[in-house]
Design a protein. Structure first.
Length: 134
């Protein structure tokens, strides 16, 4: 019988990247919750945008951000605890976040671009990590 070759070991970058990705999702989730609450509570926090093809009122954006933030914080905590579901959920969540932040560009362009860049890193870090079999 031939044995399967052992998967390559994770480099320090990859292992550290997963921890960083978990922290990013956790912190980004908390920030999205705060961003969502501010959009729900007071529509004057963000600048009004004129004709925008993906126009949703700020209260709608607030609820989207609030829900996404709560889920992101939970997934980030799961990744930090080493939960098996955390990696796949993190990749899915970061992908959804990229799309939503692209749609949110007119309201907070700098923040949206920074968040998109962080989400790309989270996807990379979670995709290249190979858990060590116990």
């Amino acid at each position: 019988m031939s044995q399967q070759p052992a998967p390559p070991a994770n480099s320090g970058w990859v292992t550290g990247g997963v921890v960083f990705a978990g922290i990013l999702l956790l912190v980004n989730g908390v920030l999205a919750v705060l961003q969502g609450i501010s959009a729900i509570a007071e529509d004057d926090v963000y600048e009004r945008v004129g004709d925008y093809i993906y126009k949703i009122n700020l209260t709608g954006w607030g609820w989207l951000l609030l829900i996404l933030g709560i889920i992101a914080a939970l997934v980030g905590g799961g990744i930090l605890k080493g939960a098996a579901w955390g990696r796949a959920a993190g990749i899915l969540l970061a992908s959804i976040s990229i799309v939503l932040q692209f749609l949110f560009l007119p309201y907070a362009p700098f923040w949206a671009v920074v968040t998109i860049a962080l989400d790309v890193f989270v996807i990379w870090a979670l995709a290249v990590y190979r858990p060590v079999a116990a």
